[in-house]
Design a binder for this molecule. Structure first.
Ligand code: FES
Ligand SMILES: [Fe+2]
Length: 339
């Protein structure tokens, strides 16, 4: 039942009451956010298999028009034909023209330089990679980076009926920095005061952490939920709402290496609800999706700064040169590290 239950940090908390759950640690956030625990959880995540799969973008972002993506330093052209998603080397196998600038004709890419038509059957050494479209995200599998190739990406459990939105930002860091950012939930209230009213840890294991968090809404309202973070693979961290409004909803944060020191953060939010009005929310998806993506991007503008900061610090240590002064804040597209 919907009620305004109490004030937390001046907020009126809306939604189902949660069962009492004591904090696992009463120390200040900065003490709870132990570097040793975060490092151990990160090490655990980095040992997980990926199956060789990389999230590229929102599934709906891929059309029959070719687009260029870069993964692990390899340039890819990505498009759709009548049978589905395709990803292949972006350079034409003849003399190297960019196939991202090709014309699509009946599902094939017609090279702009000499007219070679290339499709899912390939041509000599040029052939499409394995792809996967899970309905929300588009994936590509690259060989040569792991021996543990799987038929499909390793996905966390998703709700059966969901309103989904995807945002993509790029940051000057490595995938592990993106994962580390999410393995530190304690920064939420301090670093994103516009989004989080309260946040406390109610369970902590070696490879997962559960927080009770009040997420701010307009008009001094907030919704309080229990959210569990865990890593289904080495480049993904998922936050699942396990109690409260929208239980079963999930936010999947996928980190795809673009090239050395450059990473794409592709975040899919799959929101669900048992409330009767949720059907109307699904129907309003075209309106709600941009709002959801905007909220995710606002957090990632700041979290990219966090990830880039720890990347810069680590790099400074490894090569012994100052890099911190090179960090420049650039709202809307994360940070750019230069120098
Ligand atoms: S470079 Fe593509 S057909 Fe010649
Ligand atoms: Fe954050």
């Amino acid at each position: 039942m919907s009620v305004f239950r109490r004030a937390a940090n001046g907020l009126r908390v809306f939604g189902r009451a949660l069962a009492p759950a004591p904090s696992v640690d009463m120390r200040p956030d900065w003490e709870q956010a132990e570097p040793v625990w975060i490092k151990r959880a990160l090490t655990h995540s980095q040992a997980l298999p990926t199956g060789g799969w990389y999230a590229l973008d929102a599934s709906r972002a891929i059309t029959d028009a070719p687009q260029r993506y870069e993964v692990e330093g390899r340039a890819l052209v990505v498009w759709r034909d009548a049978h589905g998603l395709l990803a292949a080397p972006e350079a034409c196998p003849h003399l190297g023209a960019s196939l991202a600038t090709a014309r699509a004709c009946e599902g094939k890419l017609v090279c702009p330089w000499h007219g070679l038509a290339l499709g899912r059957d390939g041509y000599k050494g040029w052939k499409p990679f394995a792809t996967h479209d899970d309905g929300v995200l588009a994936w590509v599998r690259l060989d040569g980076f792991t021996d543990d190739l799987t038929e499909a990406p390793i996905l966390p459990s998703r709700p059966a009926r969901a309103l989904d939105a995807v945002m993509r930002v790029e940051a000057q860091c490595e995938p592990r920095d993106v994962i580390q950012n999410r393995l530190d939930p304690w920064h939420g209230v301090h670093f994103h005061p516009h989004s989080f009213g309260t946040l406390r840890v109610i369970d902590r294991a070696e490879d997962a952490i559960t927080v009770r968090v009040a997420y701010k809404l307009p008009l001094s309202l907030a919704v309080e939920v229990d959210a569990r973070f865990h890593c289904p693979d080495a480049r993904t961290i998922a936050m699942t709402i396990i109690a409260g409004e929208g239980s079963g909803s999930i936010v999947e944060t996928h980190a795809t290496p673009i090239s050395a020191g450059r990473t794409a953060v592709i975040e899919a939010t799959l929101a669900t609800s048992e409330r009767p009005g949720f059907g109307a929310a699904i129907a309003a998806a075209p309106v709600l999706r941009p709002i959801m993506a905007w909220a995710a991007k606002r957090l990632w503008t700041e979290d990219a700064a966090y990830a880039e900061r720890i990347y810069a610090l680590r790099h400074q240590i490894s090569i012994g040169q100052p890099r911190l002064a090179a960090i420049r804040r650039k709202r809307g597209s994360g940070l750019t590290a230069t120098g």
